[in-house]
Design a protein around this ligand. Structure first.
Ligand code: ATP
Length: 212
């Protein structure tokens, strides 16, 4: 079955890693099929949405059977490039950056932080969890052609200048953990994760939209 990636809506694509992680767990525990209701409860996406998402890639659940776990996984693996190791870099080895290096997606062997950068001479040329730390001045020289994503955990005042430098070096995706809003060219994607904004929004929702 050939699937046209371009036809999968972005909202659906964003949920695929969620489905993937849950299905992998199911497969590991020896389960071969799953109902959309079961999936729905586990990943907290309503079952109508799940059915619609799955219909985009031709997985039509059978009544009374559900979905074939192996089929779904093999599809997701292809779509999410899970067969290939995706290497990323990290810039800013402070508290947050260090936590990411120590974690290093160990439970998910398809993504790995390959190298890190900082300007602090006490950090440069050290290793954390086997990840080498280089000076940011050497970014262009050190970064291999197959790394196009950077996790950014620097102070916010430094973020835009560093982003410009990363873009200049050919980086195409930035996962921005700083509160700074970054301006980048159209062909560069920035995903912004601002922990304090997310926390405030959770607190606001708890207060104003209590569950039940
Ligand atoms: P955090 O928990 O946010 O990492 P922190 O207090 O440990 O905070 P910050 O001052 O936020 O440290 O700095 C994060 C890291 O970014 C530090 O390791 C710092 O040396 C590094 N850093 C600061 N300025 C730059 C820069 N211009 N380029 C690269 N790294 C920088």
């Amino acid at each position: 079955l050939e699937i046209d990636q371009a036809k999968i809506p972005q909202a659906t694509a964003k949920r695929l890693p969620l489905y993937y992680r849950f299905l992998e767990g199911l497969q590991a525990s020896g389960k071969h099929r799953v109902s959309s209701t079961e999936l729905s409860e586990a990943v907290k996406v309503d079952s109508a949405t799940i059915r619609r998402d799955f219909s985009y890639f031709g997985a039509l659940g059978k009544k009374g059977y559900g979905y074939n776990v192996n089929y779904l996984l093999s599809f997701f693996r292809k779509t999410l490039d899970q067969d290939e190791l995706t290497k990323v870099a990290l810039v800013g080895v402070g508290n947050l950056g260090t936590a990411f290096l120590n974690y290093n997606f160990s439970k998910n062997n398809s993504t790995r932080i390959e190298m890190a950068f900082d300007v602090d001479e006490t950090k440069v040329n050290q290793e954390i969890s086997d990840v080498p730390i280089y000076h940011l001045d050497d970014f262009t020289e050190k970064i291999p052609a197959d790394i196009e994503v950077v996790i950014l955990t620097v102070p916010s005042q430094a973020a835009q200048g560093i982003a410009d430098q990363l873009v200049e070096a050919g980086i195409k995706g930035i996962l921005n953990f700083t509160p700074a809003r970054l301006t980048v060219p159209d062909d560069v994607r920035v995903h912004h994760i601002d922990l304090s904004v997310e926390l405030q929004s959770l607190i606001y929702f708890l207060k104003h939209y209590p569950l039940k």
